[in-house]
Design a protein around this ligand. Sequence first.
Ligand SMILES: Cc1cc2nc3c(=O)[nH]c(=O)nc-3n(C[C@H](O)[C@H](O)[C@H](O)COP(=O)(O)OP(=O)(O)OC[C@H]3O[C@@H](n4cnc5c(N)ncnc54)[C@H](O)[C@@H]3O)c2cc1C
Length: 600
Amino acid sequence: MDRSQETAGREPQEPLEYQTVDLGVLVVGAGAAGARAAIEMVEQGVDPEEVLVIGKRSHGDAHTTWARGGINGALGTQDPEDDWTIHAADTLKEGHFLNDPEKVERVTKEMPGLLRELDAWGMDFSRTEDGDIDQRYFGAQSFRRTAFAGDHTGESLLDTLVEKAQSLSIPYRENVFVSRLFSAGDRILGAAGYDMDTGEFVLFEADVVVLAAGGYTSLYERHSSRDDENTGDGPALAYLAGADLFDMEFVQFHPTGMVGDRYGDQWDGRLVTEAVRGEGGRLYNSEGERFMEEYSPDQMELDARDVVARAIASEIDADRGTENGGVYLDIAHRDRDFIKERLPRMYERFAELGVDMATEPVEVAPTAHYGMGGVAVDKAGETDVDGLYAIGETMAGVHGANRLGGNSLAETIAFGKHTGVAVAERLGAGAVPAVDDGTRQTRARQHFADLAALTNSDGTHDPRDLLDDVRSLLWETTGIRRSGDDIDRGLAELRELRQAADDLAVGDRTSESFEYALDVGFALVVAETILRGARKRTESRGAHYRTDHTELDQSWQRNIYAARDSVGAMRLRTEPVGTPSEAVQDALDADHELDYHQLE
Ligand SMILES: Cc1cc2nc3c(=O)[nH]c(=O)nc-3n(C[C@H](O)[C@H](O)[C@H](O)COP(=O)(O)OP(=O)(O)OC[C@H]3O[C@@H](n4cnc5c(N)ncnc54)[C@H](O)[C@@H]3O)c2cc1C
């Protein structure tokens, strides 16, 4: 069966010109996951000339640089009683046991060693007085296990990886947009896209494709991402090539996004890192009440993100929010020097906006932050499409129904490494089946004909407006709280948006509108998976809260998968979750938990 066949199957009227790049491995995405995978392949012996890393932005400018608070690994620097099994247990508990235990164990077991490796590669971790890697508290974690570089951990991480990749002479091509992956007979054939600077079409003939193209949370109206990142490219590209997606209904709303009415629209939803609460920040409503005492008297502000986000939303709904539609986050009880040292970027950002965090609170409200769902992969990161791997925020399985802060950077590094090893072994073993070049070329020509038809099209709808419509739709119908009726309305509206998307007004291929037009296609796929998953899951669990099914239902300890059938329709199915190892079960039975009040 070939599930990647274009529905139109259009053949070009005139010969189309395109560049062909012949490769062993194409890595789509140059964030932490893609960079770490490429490094591992080359360290394992793959010739760098066989590898190409591409991104739709310039080199070093992946969304990873926005990660702030830290990266998890049970080093036990501050709390020697911590170990990887407790990290795994915390991850499973936070994920409400929808995570794949094997993947969780893979990440948590290896992270201490991988953090030491990053340290050896020169990452500028914040240090303890003894010079060891420092670790801070993050929400819902039993011990201090979040390593950090001030509050610019992602930037520091990516700088380290880019430098390492350059030292290994790994080729990188910037500003290339991948618009389609090709597969035939459930075997990856390569990828197609265009050069965003010149508009030239490019066909990548690759035996292996590693998809590390980020997540999908900027498809929500209030989001912590850049508008043009996390638009769902990764999951949609994999799905259209025949891979399955799962857990798409689980979208994490971070409790503390900046409030646009207070700081300006350009700041709306931008993240105020969890590290502010990890370093002692307290939440107050407009009546001066520290309301987490009511919602979570033991874990307070450091309870799980979904709990804190819903608490804030409830306070705002009950008219106890600020006049700008948020609540207060206050760390002014800490010394100025402490704030400047531990939260330098936050301090600077608010200072530029005229707010002194050392003397006054900031205003925050929940914002879409992380999609726990994504592409289904095995323990090496490979999808059901032979030769197609998916890692980092594009993949699913590690976080379950909710993600621990600091675990996504950990996942990028751990799976980046594993996939790198697996790809190197695969190429080393020479086990790459022959690919029919005729099929590749035919597919490419059909796809480029579709892209050519879209270029300078003078339809009715601006793609940016349609993307915004998807964002409003998802925010309103599958937001922090959702109901069956809301979701049905969302599905009906989605059908209308799909029709509108057939009638776009688009510029040339170097224009922003052309990129957005392709993003609309990805967004419509991803929105359908979120809505249909949310409709099917008739319970509340972690980040998925149904106002018409408010309780967790044990019979729903299953993942919801979305797959594309042979005629292009989306089919859902459910599968049960695996069981943890004995060691992790012991850690779960020990029931470790952060006692927030010991911090005060
Ligand atoms: C504000 C913010 C703060 C965060 N803080 C933390 C934190 O403190 N700790 C933590 O663990 N996690 C944090 N996260 C989450 C974490 O940053 C991400 O999950 C992680 O960085 C994702 O890395 P990645 O390599 O998977 O993808 P990304 O870094 O998003 O990289 C995606 C790459 O794919 C490329 N790409 C995408 N689409 C295409 C396409 N169509 N064609 C070609 N290239 C494409 C992009 O150009 C980019 O190079 C935060 C997230 C945000 C938004």
